[in-house]
Ligand binder design. Structure first.
Ligand code: MTE
Ligand code: MO
Length: 254
């Protein structure tokens, strides 16, 4: 999996991005990463021990130096998604289901009526670039509270509109998950606006997750369903995320 990244770091992609290279525990030969290697729950408990409930750094408008670089899927091509995008996402519904007492079906209008949070944060992609952008959305905890998670719920799983992979055996739609501690973190929001405008299709319209203390691949774009579960074994190959199933860490702490 690191090959994908080495390839990009070596190529022109980075030079074109306009986004800054960062140096952190995500670098393959970082000593911190080596320390954490082996068992990934160690990464999670180590970060929690160091970070506690701390907030990720927030920035000022002056720190926004370029647009958010679109990465991964940037233009979902399913007929359903295309139709929705064509009518300004008026028919969009966010489903909240699984281990909840009150399943929800929320339109964008419903979501924008809830109290919102705005934050200027740095997005770090595992490929080695970062971008600072302003995100506005509804705290995920607010939406989950409306759905009333059952006591045994442990994870929020995000199901997305984009087929990230196609093969003879079928399509794989992007999926991610976080635990309920991160789901209720104050900076964890379902964003519908970016840099003062409606979220562009390239960055996950109409709704994408921001979970600011983790790497970019955790921030599921094009979310249509949030499913609360007590286990991740039945999702994909069982590691809880499209990229975790392909060798990256599930808890991608920065
Ligand atoms: N649905 C979906 N979400 C996704 C991806 C994707 O391909 N599909 N790519 C991830 C990766 S690797 C990154 S770095 C960010 C990119 O977000 P951006 O396009 O707004 O920069 O989205 C993440 N979320
Ligand atoms: Mo990424």
């Amino acid at each position: 999996m690191l090959d994908r990244r080495r390839l990009l770091l070596g190529g022109a992609a980075l030079a074109l991005s306009g986004c800054k290279v960062f140096d952190s525990a995500t670098e393959p030969d970082s000593r911190l990463r080596a320390l954490f290697a082996g068992h990934e729950s160690l990464t999670r408990s180590a970060q929690r021990a160091v970070m506690g409930d701390r907030l990720a750094p927030e920035f000022s408008e002056a720190d926004i130096r370029q647009g958010q670089r679109p990465n991964g899927s940037t233009d979902p091509d399913s007929a359903d998604y295309r139709r929705m995008a064509g009518s300004g996402f008026q028919d969009y519904r966010l489903t909240v289901a699984g281990l909840v007492d009150h399943p929800q079906s929320l339109s964008l209008a419903d979501l924008t009526l809830l109290p919102s949070r705005t934050q200027i944060t740095r997005h770090d992609c595992v490929e080695g670039w970062s971008c600072i952008a302003k995100w506005q959305g509804v705290p995920l905890g607010t939406v989950l509270d409306q759905a009333r998670p059952k006591l045994m719920a442990r994870y929020a799983v995000f199901h997305c509109f984009d087929a990230i992979e196609r093969s003879l055996s079928g399509e794989v739609f992007y999926y991610e998950s976080i635990d309920l501690i991160d789901a209720y973190h104050p900076q964890t929001i379902l964003a519908y606006a970016m840099n003062g405008a409606a979220l562009p299709v390239a960055n996950g319209a109409p709704l994408r997750l921001r979970v600011e203390r983790q790497l970019g691949y955790k921030m599921a774009k094009y979310v249509h369903t949030i499913e609360l579960t007590d286990s991740l074994v039945d999702l994909g190959s069982g590691k809880g995320s499209y990229w975790a199933d392909r060798g990256y860490e599930w808890y991608a702490g920065i």
